[in-house]
Design a protein around this ligand. Sequence first.
Ligand code: 6GU
Length: 233
Amino acid sequence: MRIDVVTIFPGYFDALELSLMGKARDRGLIDLHVHDLRESAHDKHRTVDDTPTGGGAGMVMKPEPWGQAIDGILADAQSAPAAEPLIIFPSPAGDVFTQAMARELATEDHLVFGCGRYEGIDQRVFDEYAERGRVRLVSIGDYVLNGGEVASIAMIEAIGRLLPGVVGNPDSLVEESHESGLLEYPSYTKPAEWRGRRVPDVLLSGNHAAIDAWRHEQSVERTRHVRPDLLGD
Ligand code: 6GU
């Protein structure tokens, strides 16, 4: 999968050089390109924001640097064999990102993340690219971040780990929280006793049917307690 990111803080995305995401990039499974929006701003101060038209607090990101940056990415994509890119603007006003959305986005060939800062990006940028292609506004939850960078990293990691070959043992994708619609059961390792706390006997029993049943029961109980909304009852 190709992923382009447009941001005024490229350094945030250094985190994607670590761990599983870093290995996936080294192995060519994820082709990540981070673009500094300021390189598409041409005045002396490389200005990317301005005051809101009509008045109000804060600053709004100007359309021209965004237009140049995204046009460049789209022109580049046209010379490649991949399918039409999907442009994602992280925004607290977007559709809420879920595991189901991660699975859907993991089937795309090319994602472009446009990271807004300040009070947001001039609306005409969304309108322009929605008319020319596919655009989605996506929120990672009901709270406010300072910009789209941390949200993009969260989405890229959630999507990236679903790409074939990124996670070594695909079984570990199946048993996780949210894949089954339930939260994950509690996990234990050795030693069998630590500070007087014993691993549940069933896990030491070698009875795999009993272990599966216990884990399922724990998942349901945990979900009922913490996230009853997931059970839909
Ligand atoms: Cl995608 N962006 C910002 N700035 N804040 C958020 C968010 C996104 N999702 C939740 N809060």
